[in-house]
Design a protein around this ligand. Structure first.
Ligand code: X5A
Ligand code: ZN
Length: 685
């Protein structure tokens, strides 16, 4: 399997610049590119990437999406003087030309295509192209919004032709609507285009009606264009996360792309004068991590916007660090999407339920007249939880004081979240005779100092077990792995146990002895746990085929899931229930237990392991009951990062399962606010 992260950067692309006064275009500066590269060097990230040289895109490649007339116009700017350049620039909305623009735009195209080649040929697993000028606003016959050639759209068309791809996902997380990409693929079901963007009921640039959620694509392409309009500024980490969990990811897994392209604009990040949103750099780590679970990890990120230099460059660093497989920082801030974000999510889900099976049991209908509707006071208040990192007002003012303030905030914030990674990623507790099954990078634990503590815990739980040498042995090793994770000597670990329920109880007890604050425990299979869970120190989610004996509580949730051994119907449970609860809870450590009679297939478990690494700074212990040891090798490779799972074709969950999830959401969305994905108690007109 391909490994490594490609990075494409070329100083040449800093020569394109604005030669006259124009307040609109003044923010698109050469330093946008060089400051990203400088920051990457500071974090020693450049040397960890595979450096790929740029080339100029050919005319033929440019004409994959642009007309020859338009190409000729851009080409003609190469020989123009300043007066002529100014004159031609005003033909387009928010565009400037420089004598080197044509050359830089060709390099931006070429860099993007080189990235696609590098990833498609397996020379790297994923990668990023740092380019200027950006691309997503540019159209068949027009430059627009600082964009000359549509780099990402050309890449999609190129990948379709050269590699025969049938399904490409484009994720546009820039704060502006990439209307250029939408227009180019509107009727094409082989390219799924997703964009979120500042919209404010069409009051924000580019002021288009077709940026709203009801633009779903046309003809054969209906359903393959997904717009999430932001109707307020100040959207932050939890709003972005909610859209990923409740809109993009379910649809993306169902679509099952062969390649993911990202129009990676960072004007959706904190401090940006254009976006006025409040997402912090680590949010982009999480977005990247989610997208890495698709298309067997084939992910190509291409720079678009981003105008607060510090915010831009820190966010680019988080993106690349994550692509490299480093542990993720915790997503900061209160995990509760705001009402306006939920409204947008509600509308997108309602309009797209006719196209996507994962949404088909949605009973929401689009909300009408959203801008003038008022909400019951209680509901509005329920959503105003805790002080956000930056208030919406602060995020909304763009004067230079604010730019500096964000700069200071980021200086401090990055110190807190940029922690080093342990030299060994994964530790394993298994019997010696099986250690050859694990990748060589896994550190095998032999013993631990916790013998005495173990005996005390075990004798409280089940004194009979003290007599069984091999059981005690496996438990001791498991605690050794757990200790290493807690002490941050390793990032994650795995342990085989003859008695998964007992091991889980012991692990939880041990964590509480170590004063570990919050443990997320996910148990797949039949569980027989005799400990009390109601103090909030741990949350237990049990996925099993049997109906639970006790009613669910906030900290003890059972999900009844019928055996789906070789199908893939568990996406909706993982994305719609487990991850929202987990992100709301914000654990310090995750324990995933694979017990007897599991009702999740190997694919489902791989998906869980992949996605759970976004939580608790990637600290996770996977406990495997020895009857399930067939999973050992795959689990180990998922933890070391040697392997990215492929989940196969999507199968819709049964109506009963979907109903169970819906009930769960209704029951717990006040406690776990990330569960929320629709506006309650409203009837559409
Ligand atoms: C690529 C990009 C923004 C254009 C804004 C014009 N373009 N007001 O972010
Ligand atoms: Zn933008």
């Amino acid at each position: 399997m391909a490994s490594g992260t490609a990075l494409i950067y070329d100083d040449e692309m800093t020569s394109h610049r604005l030669l006259w006064d124009d307040p609109i275009c003044a923010i698109e500066v050469p330093k946008r590119l060089s400051s990203c590269y400088e920051r990457l060097k500071c974090y020693n990230l450049v040397e960890r990437c595979i450096s790929v040289p740029t080339r100029e895109g050919t005319e033929e490649e440019i004409m994959l999406v642009h007309s020859s007339d338009y190409l000729e116009i851009v080409k003609s700017t190469e020989k123009m003087n300043e007066g002529e350049l100014r004159k031609i620039s005003v033909n387009y909305d928010a565009v400037y030309f420089h004598p080197t623009t044509y050359c830089c735009a060709k390099l931006a195209v070429g860099a993007t295509l080189e990235l696609v080649d590098t990833v498609m040929s397996g020379k790297a697993r994923n990668g990023m192209a740092l380019v200027r000028p950006p691309g997503h606003h540019s159209q068949r016959n027009a430059a627009n919004g600082f964009c000359i050639f549509n780099n990402v759209a050309i890449a999609a068309e190129f990948a379709k032709r050269k590699y025969g791809l049938q399904r490409i996902l484009i994720v546009d997380w820039d704060v502006h609507h990439g209307q250029g990409i939408q227009y180019l693929f509107e009727e094409d079901p082989s390219v799924l285009y997703f964009s979120w963007h500042r919209y404010e009921h069409q009051q924000f640039w580019p002021l288009l009606k077709e940026s709203n959620y009801d633009a779903v694509g046309q003809g054969k392409g209906r359903g393959f264009n997904i717009n999430v309009p932001w109707n307020q500024v100040g959207m932050g980490n939890s709003d972005y996360l909610a859209v990923f969990l409740h809109v993009l990811l379910p649809v993306a897994f169902e679509f099952d792309p062969e390649l993911v392209l990202v129009s990676a604009g960072y004007d959706s990040g904190i401090g940006d004068p254009e976006g006025r949103m409040s997402a912090t750099p680590e949010c982009f780590a999480h977005l990247t991590h989610f997208l890495m679970q698709l298309a067997k990890g084939k992910l190509c990120l291409v720079l678009e916007g981003g105008y607060h230099l510090r915010s831009l460059s820190e966010s680019v660093c988080m993106t690349i660090k994550t692509a490299l497989g480093d542990p993720l920082p915790r997503l900061s801030g209160e995990m509760a999407p705001c009402l306006s974000a939920i409204e947008s999510i509600h509308n997108v889900r309602a309009i797209h339920k006719q196209y996507w099976k994962c949404l088909m049991y949605e009973d929401a209908t689009p909300l009408q007249f959203v801008s003038t509707r008022s909400y019951p006071m209680e509901e509005a208040e329920a959503l105003q939880t805790g002080p956000p990192l930056v208030t919406q007002q602060e995020a909304g003012s763009a004067n230079s004081d604010e730019v500096i303030k964000t700069e200071r905030f980021l200086e401090q914030h990055m110190k807190e979240i940029m922690t080093g990674r342990p030299p060994v990623k994964t530790a394993g507790a298994i019997v010696e005779s099986e250690s050859h099954l694990l990748p060589p990078s896994v550190q095998i634990e032999r013993t631990s100092d916790a013998q005495k503590e173990l005996k005390t815990i075990v004798s409280e739980l089940d004194p009979e077990l003290l007599k069984e040498e091999h059981v005690l042995n496996s438990l001791v090793k498991m605690l050794a792995v757990l200790d290493k994770i807690v002490k941050k000597e390793v990032t994650n670990g795995l342990a085989v146990s003859p008695v998964a329920s007992v091991s889980t109880a012991i692990a939880l007890k041990h964590c509480s002895n170590l004063r570990q604050q919050k443990i997320l425990c996910i148990f797949v299979g039949d569980l027989d746990l005799k400990i009390d869970l109601d103090d909030g120190r741990a949350i237990l989610i049990n996925i099993c085929a049997k109906q639970p004996e006790q009613a669910n509580t906030k900290y003890n949730i059972s999900l009844t899931w019928k055996k789906d051994v070789e199908t893939n119907s568990c996406f909706s449970m993982i994305l719609g229930a487990i991850l929202p609860v987990a992100y709301s809870y914000q654990p310090d450590l995750t324990i995933l237990v694979i017990g007897p009679n599991r009702s999740l297939s190997k694919n489902g478990i791989s998906l869980l392991i992949g996605l759970l690494q976004g939580l608790a700074e990637s600290r996770i212990l996977v406990l495997i009951q020895d009857t399930e040891r067939g999973l050992l090798q795959d689990v180990a490779k998922l933890l070391t990062g040697d392997y990215i799972p492929y989940f196969g074709t999507y199968a819709p969950a049964s109506k009963e399962s979907m109903q169970m999830l819906k009930k769960l959401r209704e029951q717990f969305q006040e406690d776990w606010k990330m569960l929320r994905c629709f506006v309650m108690g409203t009837r559409s007109s």
